[in-house]
Design a binder for this molecule. Sequence first.
Ligand code: SF4
Ligand code: SF4
Length: 389
Amino acid sequence: MSKKNAWVMKALHELPLAMKAKAMKHFLQGNKKYMKKGIQADMDAIIKCATCPNMCKFDCPVLEAEKNEALSPAGKARIAYFLENGLLDSDYAREIMYACSSCEACKEHCPFDFSVADILRGMRRDMVMEGKVPERVAELKNELLEKHVMGERNFSGDGKGSVIYFAGCVVNNERKEIGEAMIKIFENVGEKYAIMEEEWCCGYPLYNMGFMEEFKEFAIRNARKFNESGAEKIVCSCPTCAHVFTNIYPEMGIRIKPEIVHSSSYILHLIREGKISLEENKMSVVYHDPCTLARKLEVDDARNVIKSIPGIELREAMLHGKETRCCGNGGQMARIHESISIKMAEKRKEDLKEIMADAVVSACPSCKTALMEGRFYDLAELVVESMIK
Ligand code: SF4
Ligand code: SF4
């Protein structure tokens, strides 16, 4: 048994005999009495999480921002239970089902290894089936189905090259400077790179909001385009796109032939191969770990890139690596629960300011949008600034 599960056994062991018997009886009867059939939500996980004493709540950035127990991890599971069983029927409760940035901080501490984001996603699928999603969620879905990207599409090419640069919606729409920095890197090292003729969103917002049929349509189309391109590699600036292509498409039986890499890993590889030479850049930086890169992809290459720049002093935030704190922009929070998302970003900015570094560096376009203040670099921009051209 893992260390983090030990408390459950210890707590059970210390119970008086009568209570032990009662707990066991409830546990054994759980499946029969409380399990609703024919739904996509995982009722077993919802019940376990709803009855948990909120073991992970101190790490939930949404609860920290809102100070409202209903938005705590177990609070959301309890509301999911009530909604799923028809004991509650309110728009506010359904909006709460989307008050999660999918950061998976809860999973880091959960004795059951639950991610409340996963639990809520099942719940959202049922809400989609019932046609009961919040208005804002339906609008976002419609925008994606109509335009195939969130916002505007500013990067396009002929899609023919050994490396495809997948900019992602945030770079395309809000963070063009990151795409421009990546292009400078490709050109500096003589890479035969290409941008898709008409890049579609990776589909994550649809997946996360519960629109599985629509997500599948995006996934099948993207995979077909990638596989037909003949490219060997796809480089993503956005950790979420890289996570979706690496982990979620295969879970649905959709295979992408080219290798998927996040830009931080691609850049580190170029440095190690001697294709990028870096000159002195004297400053101190604090690195903000994007949740998806650190927790879902478990990639830590950005730190090694920063460390290879001569003259840079890398400082660490108190919450870093897998213990990072969400920027507030994950899980469509900025579009569905904007005010919570802003409070979450403010909290993370405070963490980063405490370090008193000259600049902040991250490796995710969404994190840059949420946290940008003072000198803020995406890793690609820092590398371009430090590169011997
Ligand atoms: S995610 Fe795990 S630790 Fe957090 S409330 Fe649910 S069951 Fe408890
Ligand atoms: S995934 Fe993050 S935001 Fe969502 S419940 Fe867990 S800790 Fe809170």
